[in-house]
Write a protein that binds this ligand. Structure first.
Ligand code: PLP
Length: 428
């Protein structure tokens, strides 16, 4: 299976000048073998590649495009706002409106600081947590992705409670030493660590619903335990809602699960497709940030008017269009169809879905943590991926990614997709 002639040519040229030919690794299709296609344009639920082939898209730019591609409300806003300037480096009114929207929609956030990516948001949140508590130790979970800053690029072996080993060359072991990695969904591991080191732990950072190594849901009571243990030991709970924030509801997972984290991180949907991140939480903690407090954090383009306006346009439209109930309706339609199809075909599967986020696992094993995710049938997934791509369905080029629906998807899109799945499964 290969991409079209123009895509192949562009990729060959790109590889001469861009490491791996891509500006973010997963785009290189390494998990499925083969080469990526290049996109010419995208609208609604569809992407068109440079060779003129169209696909129904289930990635939505890896999360941001919850209204679909190039929604008129966002593109018109960008055109209008750009006429008055694209960056000032001086406060602009959109920043205030964005802060008002975030603090209104997410009750745990009393104050918020804008930045330019999810990575910046989580990196800054852990620095703030360390500054606020005067402690160094950060706890994260195996398989949770929080961007690519040094302290968080540690995933370590699963199972026992282990001190972190860096997950990337170039991360000093001394940094990783201050990050403890625990298996996800293990109350015992959490309790043991807090019993031993509770007073050294600055923060626990968790993907509100882990969605970067498959899509894994917390077991009953797990998030409550996280919340009560951190509170009891004076550690902060950081909810990384970069993927789930403004996607699963106005208040993200914390709203669905009724949890009040100390700090929350956002990205993706909040930027309307432009590069935006944000972190916020209790005023007492946020006030430790410069210029009021001793924790330094800054950004030349942070709060950029174009990005703020695009994000606001997207959030307002979501609200106005009753986006969340509609996305749940679409998600349920897709999930039901998928379950029926896979059962009829006798294909072992697990489906995890909440609202517009879904993940299909080719396994009959219950998916509780990253170990389970790694045990799926990779070869089967590869064949499924290429079969679907060939027939115009673009799924994430890795079995470890979550799929996304948008408000631009229709029941007809989903049914067409299920029809393709049916054909492809019949041919594997
Ligand atoms: C995407 C993601 C990040 C990183 O965001 P970038 O904008 O890619 O830096 C962090 N945390 C989670 C949960 C994410 O899904």
């Amino acid at each position: 299976m290969s991409s079209g002639a123009l895509s192949q040519k562009l990729f060959a040229t790109a590889r001469e000048m861009i490491p791996g030919g891509v500006n973010s690794p997963v785009r290189a299709f390494r998990n499925v073998g083969g080469e990526p296609f290049f996109v010419r344009r995208a609208k609604g639920s569809r992407i068109e590649d440079v060779d003129g082939k169209t696909y129904i898209d289930y990635i939505g730019s890896w999360g941001p495009n919850i209204l679909g591609h190039a929604p008129t409300v966002v593109t018109n806003t960008i055109h209008e706002v750009a006429k008055d300037g694209v960056s000032f480096g001086i406060p602009n009114p959109f920043e205030v409106e964005m802060a008002r929207t975030v603090t209104d929609w997410v009750p745990s956030v009393e104050k918020v600081r804008m930045c330019n990516s999810g990575t910046e948001a989580t990196m800054s949140a852990i620095r703030l947590a360390r500054g606020f508590t005067g402690r160094d130790l950060i706890v994260k979970f195996d398989g949770c992705y929080h961007g690519h800053s040094d302290s968080l690029l540690v995933a370590a072996g699963s199972g026992a409670l282990t001190h972190g080993e860096p997950d990337s060359a170039g991360v000093p072991a001394d940094f990783a030493r201050n990050t403890v990695v625990l298996p996800y969904n293990s109350p015992e591991a959490l309790e043991a660590l807090f019993a031993e080191k509770g007073e050294c732990i600055a923060a626990v950072i968790v993907e509100s619903y882990p969605a970067n190594a498959g899509f894994v849901l917390p077991q009953a009571g797990y998030l409550d335990l996280l919340s009560s243990l951190t509170k009891k030991h004076g550690s902060l709970l950081i909810f990384d809602e970069v993927m789930t924030g403004f996607r699963l509801g106005k208040a993200g997972v914390q709203g669905l699960e009724n949890i009040t984290p100390d700090l929350s991180c956002f990205g993706k949907v909040i930027g309307g497709g432009l590069p935006v991140g944000a972190f916020g939480g209790r005023a007492e903690v946020m006030d430790q940030l410069a210029p009021d407090g001793p924790v330094y954090q800054a950004g030349t383009l942070s709060g950029n008017p174009l990005a703020m306006a695009a994000g606001l346009a997207q959030l307002k439209e979501l609200d106005k269009a009753s986006g969340y109930p509609r996305l749940e309706q679409l998600g349920a339609h897709f999930e039901n169809g998928l379950r029926t199809l896979l059962s009829e075909k006798g294909v072992p599967h697990r489906i995890n879905r909440v609202g517009s986020m879904f993940c299909l696992f080719f396994t009959d094993r219950e998916i509780v943590n990253v170990e389970d995710v790694m045990k799926q049938d990779l070869e089967f997934f590869r064949k499924f991926f290429w079969g679907c791509l060939d027939k115009g369905i673009y799924l994430a080029p890795s079995p470890y990614e979550t799929g996304f629906l948008s408000l631009a998807h229709t029941e007809a899109d989903l049914d067409d997709t299920l029809g393709v799945f049916d054909e492809v499964l019949g041919s594997i």
